[in-house]
Design a protein around this ligand. Structure first.
Ligand code: TXA
Ligand code: MG
Length: 353
């Protein structure tokens, strides 16, 4: 087991010495978990193939699932990408720093292990003072997937990182819970029309306003597993965000969702199962059996996004056998939330109404 250093830093005024210590670890090829505005990331020098290899090993991540490269300066994009289209520049001006990841043709300096063997590279500039300070002090772009074991819900609190990775990585920068709670939007700019590969913190509506034309990859919307021959985003292929418990997602009209969940919960409890219900404020009082947790109001999707992964992990800690989740509207952040819930459910979805 490794000795994992936990470095507490202020999210607004990160201590320079501690950031320096973490940056030194990155420069030497080590692994540092750090907060971003979306979720915690597990960082390594993106240009050092040995360091990036360690990320895959520690996370138990399949080697063909590429890793996002984080930058603190737009000029780095011109080193990491072969060509930077006008649209990319426009999006960077509009949304960076922020939860938008751009997929571009990779330049020769990017190791193939970082891109999971693809010819493209995914780049983003996080909107978090600790992340930006770490990248700057490291003097190199930082490759970072979410700092969880592969397949588990992403970490929105330092406790989640500790649960999954303590003793396996060199250091953790702790700056408290993350603000957004779902990961960045991954947007592919290598095709004719910009395409959302993974919905996230920057919404489809936001992108449409700036780009005019933007498509969504069918697998990001799919209610059932669709066969993708050459996955544009290899992450699409794997089961994700999955707590240990089985998850059933109920979608449709709200009153009917509640009715269905009441019925299912009773049925499973009768069969001796420990049932968790992932509900919303409007409906928490309507369930008679099961451990009920609320994501927040149905009208406040940013709060729901922030709570999602934490609540999935809480159900696991309480050792429920089954989580039944209310579906949410798919507008704004709802698209990202529903994408994560569908994957957590392994496409175990019931549509009512
Ligand atoms: O908010 C986030 O994006 C967080 C924080 C830490 O920045 N990071 C994150 O990384 O969620 P990860 O590795 O958990 O998810 C990255 C996603 C995966 O679905 C991966 O397949 C996709 O981005 N991706 C990475 N590089 C790609 C590329 N070159 N082409 C297509 N998809 C790519
Ligand atoms: Mg991840």
């Amino acid at each position: 087991m490794k000795k994992t250093l936990i470095l507490r830093v202020d999210r607004e005024k990160p201590d320079e010495e501690r950031i320096g210590l973490a940056a030194e670890i990155i420069r030497r090829g080590g692994l540092v978990a750090f907060p971003t505005e979306t979720v915690y990331g597990l960082g390594a020098d993106a240009l050092n193939p040995h360091a990036v290899r360690e990320i895959y090993l520690v996370k138990k991540r399949p080697l063909d699932n590429p890793i996002i490269v984080h930058v603190a300066d737009k000029s780095d994009v011109y080193r990491l990408a072969k060509n930077v289209p006008k649209q990319a520049e426009m999006l960077m001006d509009f949304f960076w720093p922020g939860p938008l990841t751009l997929v571009l043709e990779a330049s020769d300096i990017v190791p193939r292990i970082t891109t999971g063997g693809l010819s493209t590279v995914a780049i983003r500039m996080p909107k978090h003072k600790v992340a930006l300070a770490l990248i700057k002090a490291s003097g190199t772009p930082v490759a970072a997937p979410s700092a969880n074991l592969a397949g588990k819900p992403s970490p929105t609190m330092v406790e989640h990182v500790i649960q999954d990775l303590y003793g396996r990585i060199d250091a953790i920068l702790d700056a408290g819970p993350t603000r957004i709670g779902v990961e960045s939007t991954v947007l592919d700019l290598t095709g004719e029309v910009p395409q959302i590969l993974r919905p996230g913190g920057i919404t489809y509506e936001d992108l449409k306003r700036v780009l005019g034309r933007v498509s969504i990859h069918p697998s990001a919307l799919a209610k059932s597993k669709i066969y993708v021959k050459h996955a544009r985003s290899p992450g699409m292929k794997y089961r994700h965000y999955a707590p240990k418990a089985e998850v059933i997602l109920v979608e449709g009209e709200t009153d009917l969702i509640v009715e269905k969940i009441r019925e299912l919960a009773k049925q499973y409890v009768k069969a001796g199962k420990k049932v968790g219900i992932l509900a919303t404020d409007e409906n928490v009082g309507k369930y008679e059996v099961g451990a009920v947790k609320s994501l927040g109001s149905r009208k406040d999707l940013s709060t729901a996004a922030k709570n999602l992964f934490r609540l999935l992990r809480e159900f696991d800690e309480e050792k429920v056998d089954l989580i039944i989740a209310e579906g949410l509207p798919q507008k704004g952040l709802g698209l990202a939330i529903m994408n994560r819930l569908r994957k957590a459910a392994g496409y175990n979805i019931i549509t009512v109404g």
